[in-house]
Design a protein around this ligand. Structure first.
Ligand code: SD4
Length: 319
């Protein structure tokens, strides 16, 4: 068996290549990291890597993580500035005995010392988005913190090894130094090859309150299917936060067990994910929530076309 599952349509191109690699018996570590790096490199994805949206200060601070499900080793970076592929830095950190999670200037210095490339990650297009978002939200006294698109990718190889990797520019307009769930083990990602893996996207502040990814893996270990684990964790967290915290942000997850069975759950309308396994041909699904269960269906050509147009659409600038 082999399998790969990723948050959001944006992972499709990377997942397509990595699915072939896994089908050919290649190891999972490079499959998930290469797939995430492909998303980081694509300039039109405005929430990950190069072209990612900046903090309120206009700087791009990136978060990423990698976890090896065989050894439980993980590496992560937070607020990494101007390094080409944060996910590769995270993977390199997972090979270190100590200093698994590095942030800010320390993360950048370490990455440079290991030969990772210095690259300006802020693009003109990201600055146009930034100015537009300021006009639409802050200038009108509205919260700027909506919209999210972290890439999280889980893989299972033919040897039975699993890995997970994440990468994000985090919440748009975040404060300098803010870190969400994506580089936090147990919240944005968790992977144990003896059970399975999970990864999350949404409002990190709320996903962290439920240690969401660890909780999904724990429930799979207790015997739940991936879909049961994903739905129960997302909807219980949503209910708990509504009743005790008074509000809840976007919560979306994907997961896979070590038999290549997968699940996805969300409390929003427009979540999409990409999956391929030895039994499931490569498909982009979009989800729909029906009561306390997430349903999904393959997207059609119109949906794919609308997506392609939307991500490249010119951004209106004010005269
Ligand atoms: C975070 N979970 O930093 C991420 C947000 C996200 O694109 O999904 N962003 O809280």
């Amino acid at each position: 068996m082999w399998g790969i599952i990723a948050t959001w349509r944006m992972a499709l191109e990377g997942v397509t290549e990595s699915a072939s690699a896994l089908a050919a018996g290649k190891p999972v570590a490079s499959a998930v990291v290469d797939a995430v790096a492909a998303v980081e490199d694509f300039p039109y994805y405005k929430s990950v890597g190069y072209g990612g949206l900046p903090t309120e200060n206009g700087e791009v601070e990136l978060d990423a993580a990698y976890m090896d499900g065989d050894t439980l080793a993980f590496g992560a970076v937070g607020n990494l500035v101007d390094i080409a592929n944060p996910v590769r830095v995270a993977q390199a950190l997972s090979r270190q005995r100590y200093n698994s999670l590095l942030v800010g200037q320390g993360a950048r210095e370490w990455a440079l010392s290991q030969g990772f490339s210095d690259k300006t990650m802020l693009t003109d297009r990201a600055m146009q988005h930034y100015r537009k978002r300021c006009r639409e939200t802050l200038d009108k006294g509205l919260s700027p913190y909506n919209g999210h698109d972290t890439v999280g990718i889980i893989g299972l190889d033919k040897q039975g090894s699993m890995s997970v990797a994440t990468s994000t520019s985090g919440l748009f307009m975040k404060k300098r130094g803010r870190i969400g769930d994506s580089p936090i083990i147990g919240s944005g990602f968790y992977c144990d090859s003896e059970t399975g893996a999970a990864t999350a996207t949404g409002v990190g502040e709320d996903l962290m309150k439920g240690c969401t990814s660890y909780e999904i893996v724990r429930r799979m270990a207790l015997g739940m299917t991936p879909q049961q684990a994903a739905d129960s964790v997302v909807f219980e967290l949503e209910d708990k936060l509504m009743s005790r915290f008074g509000r809840v942000g976007d919560l979306s997850v994907v997961c896979m067990n070590n038999r290549g069975e997968f699940g996805a759950a969300t409390n929003i309308k427009t979540f999409s994910f990409v999956v391929a396994t030895a039994r499931q041909p490569l498909t982009v699904f979009r989800t729909e929530r029906l009561r306390e269960k997430t349903h999904y269906q393959a997207v059609d050509d119109d949906w794919m076309q609308a997506y392609a147009t939307r991500i490249r659409a010119p951004i209106e600038e004010q005269p």
